[in-house]
Design a binder for this molecule. Structure first.
Ligand SMILES: N[C@@H](CCC(=O)N[C@@H](CS)C(=O)NCC(=O)O)C(=O)O
Length: 242
């Protein structure tokens, strides 16, 4: 049995999409027990969670007694354990892995920070938010430009085939309206977002923790819930430590 400790967030959706993509191509996965972690309630700070992931963030995958933290490491682990075209063998593998690392080191932190300052920090004065908003907003737009260039002549990030690089990048980019990172002047990125969204396994993966009719457009109630939970996570100084 595989255990997945997760939540309905971009880093969590990476893993739920991966599992659905593996199922889609006929991989027979072991039983998967999904444990939803309530981040706003601080469940990531419990002793049991910290023992599995000292970085105290979702997702965490537990397989054969081994805990794996970091969403991209989890994608890599699953791709090696269940070999498919999601991580090709041979030299193309390095194309995929470098874009996977690019996501982990750039898109995730930058989009995450932009989102946090845009939506979750109402209690911070505008004057204090303006610099990080400008910095992360500009860098996020630069990254969208890099992605646009990469998609020139390619349907997916590494060519004709959908890979774990697309899985890693997509959940952050598809939330561009929520994070207010405009992509509408980048036609290839917009087309890629639609292409990835059209995959049945992606749709099933995105449905984790969100009702089917709110996958693409959250209700006002859900937006308010996410804003409240995000604010609570962003300001959760106590358990987070100094
Ligand atoms: N680099 C990590 C980032 C994980 C991460 O930031 N997870 C967020 C949810 S998307 C989280 O657990 N936040 C809770 C917190 O910061 O306390 C990964 O890719 O797994």
């Amino acid at each position: 049995m595989i255990e997945l400790w997760t939540a309905a967030t971009p880093n969590g959706w990476k893993v739920s999409i991966m599992l659905e993509e593996l199922i889609e191509v006929g991989v027979r996965l072991p039983e998967i027990e999904v444990r939803s972690i309530d981040l706003a309630a601080g469940e990531q700070f419990t002793e049991a969670f910290g023992a599995r992931n000292p970085n105290q963030k979702i997702p965490v995958l537990i397989d054969e007694g081994r805990s794996i933290m970091e969403s991209c490491a989890i994608l890599h682990y699953l791709a090696e354990k269940f070999p498919t075209d999601l991580l090709p063998a041979g030299p193309e593998r390095w194309e995929v892995l470098q874009w996977l690392y690019w996501q982990a080191a750039n898109v995730g932190p930058v989009f995450g920070n932009k989102l946090s300052y845009t939506r979750y920090m109402d209690d911070v004065e505008d004057v204090r938010k303006s610099h990080p908003l400008e910095r992360f907003g500009r860098e996020a737009r630069r990254l969208i430009g890099v992605l646009e260039g990469r998609l020139e002549g390619r349907d997916f990030v590494c060519g004709d085939d959908f890979t774990i690089a697309d899985i890693a990048i997509y959940p952050w980019v598809r939330g561009w309206k929520w994070s207010k990172i405009d992509i509408t002047d980048h036609a290839k990125v917009e087309a890629w977002v639609k292409r990835v969204r059209a995959r049945p396994a992606v749709e099933r993966g995105l449905a984790h923790g969100v009702p089917a009719d709110e996958i693409d457009q959250w209700s006002e109630k859900r937006k308010a819930q996410y804003a409240k939970a995000g604010a609570s996570i962003a300001s959760n100084d106590g358990p987070r430590g100094d």
